[in-house]
Design a protein around this ligand. Structure first.
Ligand SMILES: [Zn+2]
Length: 445
């Protein structure tokens, strides 16, 4: 597996993202990472990197000048990021710099402005298509996810699953004398007030934790802590709804952070209702990512560096999605609204399979992708665009949610539903292998 991993890394270098994505040279993400971290010497780390960041921006100008592979939507995003003038003000607000240090920070800010000006000249060198092609896509699937099906079989699976979930949504809507659209509007009326968002989320995470312990689904025998907080402003575009940032593997206290993004538009607000929040929290916190990561970090593999390299998204995200349905099946979320939204989010993950394959292997454009997603999931246009943007940057990642959940569900059916073991034992066992690819874990079970 490690050999496969290295082979893919080498391919990545050949593919050379530096020629395609101007955001690679920007300092924003790296600075941001330290701003939200617990490091005591944040300021020293940020300052020590400024010279390199200035150098990087200048290298970026040299490299991109001669590139004819710049991807247009990535260029748009880089321009958006570097136009964020608030970024440096916020940095200065959060960290107290001396006069001399401020000169350094301002020099970086000026270089970003120069870079931004340069980026705006690149549109005639940019291209629309960002697909990585069938052969590279298949290779990543084979060498990092160890999935047996080929691309056509996976595409068919995505299409069938989308049909299945939409028909489940229709059934629930019809039961309530509504069409899918009408039923969806009914849920929209149950909006949460912005200032209550964090408080309510905290309560949901506590309730779900109690539920899984009481109903003997999981045991929590390790020290963990979850902090629920508002998404920092600079991360809102990256995390349009919510996100979970896990503790590091060797942290003594396993503290995870669950970010909730305050809705900015009316359309986004309409999607912030109690049932969606419940579904998201189950995915991100208990029994989703927070329980998953803090448990895995407590296994005998916790200091195994190889395992950290091999962490697989089919298991990480497959788990999150598995938990969404598990909590409906076991009665934590039991209203028709809960069930309907669970299927809606499954339909979204089925769309991810279809879009992932079609944009990378069948020349679908960005516009075709987000329009398809919007049509089948009824999510706001801004969110559909944001979704398809991140899909463009992470080939095979979007499809991993549903593919991974299927693998875990199949293993659950073979073990728990056939009474070979109870839920606690099954979950303990499946989380004991670390974050290996879901298919590999399933083979071990
Ligand atoms: Zn997730």
């Amino acid at each position: 597996m490690f050999k496969d991993h290295l082979e893919l890394e080498i391919d990545e270098h050949k593919y050379d993202l530096r020629l395609k994505d101007p955001s690679i040279f920007l300092p924003h993400n790296s600075i941001q990472e330290f701003l939200i971290s617990d490091f005591k010497n944040k300021k020293a780390i940020i300052l020590s990197r400024i010279d390199t960041q200035i150098k990087n921006l200048n290298i970026g100008i040299k490299i991109l000048k001669n590139s004819n592979k710049i991807i247009k939507i990535w260029l748009d995003n880089s321009i958006y990021m570097s136009s964020n003038v608030d970024f440096f003000d916020e940095l200065k607000n959060k960290i107290k710099f001396s006069k001399n240090e401020l000169i350094k920070v301002d020099k970086l800010k000026k270089t970003v402005e120069k870079y931004l000006k340069f980026l705006k000249t690149l549109y005639n060198q940019s291209i629309d298509n960002y697909g990585i092609g069938k052969s590279r896509f298949s290779k990543i699937l084979k060498k990092s996810k160890y999935i047996n099906q080929n691309i056509n079989e996976l595409l068919k699976l995505g299409q069938n699953e989308l049909k299945k979930y939409k028909s489940e949504m229709k059934k629930i809507a019809n039961k309530n004398n509504c069409t899918i659209e009408q039923f969806f509007k009914k849920i929209d009326k149950k909006i949460i007030k912005k200032d209550k968002l964090i408080e309510i989320t905290k309560k949901i995470t506590l309730d779900s934790k109690k539920f899984i312990i009481k109903n003997k689904l999981f045991e929590i025998n390790h020290k963990e802590k979850l902090i629920v907080m508002k998404t920092p402003k600079q991360l809102e575009k990256q995390f349009p709804a919510a996100a979970y940032v896990p503790p590091r593997m060797d942290d003594k206290k396993q503290i995870g952070r669950y970010f909730i993004t305050t809705p900015r538009t009316k359309e986004e607000l309409a999607h912030m209702n109690l049932h969606e929040l419940k579904l998201t929290s189950v995915h991100e916190a208990f029994p989703g990512h927070h329980l998953q990561m803090s448990t895995i970090h407590n296994t005998k593999f916790k200091n195994n560096i190889l395992r950290q390299f091999l962490a697989s998204i089919t298991f990480v995200e497959g788990w999150g999605l598995y938990c969404e349905k598990l909590m409906v099946d076991t009665g934590f979320s039991k209203t028709d609204y809960d069930k309907f939204l669970m299927y809606k989010m499954r339909a979204l993950r089925a769309c991810r399979i279809i879009i992932d394959i079609n944009t990378n292997c069948n020349n679908w454009t960005y516009k075709k992708a987000w329009k398809f997603l919007k049509k089948h999931t009824m999510i706001p246009e801004s969110r559909a665009k944001g979704e398809c943007f991140w899909y463009s940057q992470r080939p095979t990642y979007p499809m991993s949610y549903l593919i991974g959940a299927h693998i875990i569900e199949k293993a659950r059916d073979e073990n728990v539903l056939k009474n070979k073991m109870d839920y606690i034992t099954f979950h303990k066992k499946i989380l004991s292998y670390g974050n290996l690819p879901a298919q590999i874990i399933a083979n071990y079970l």
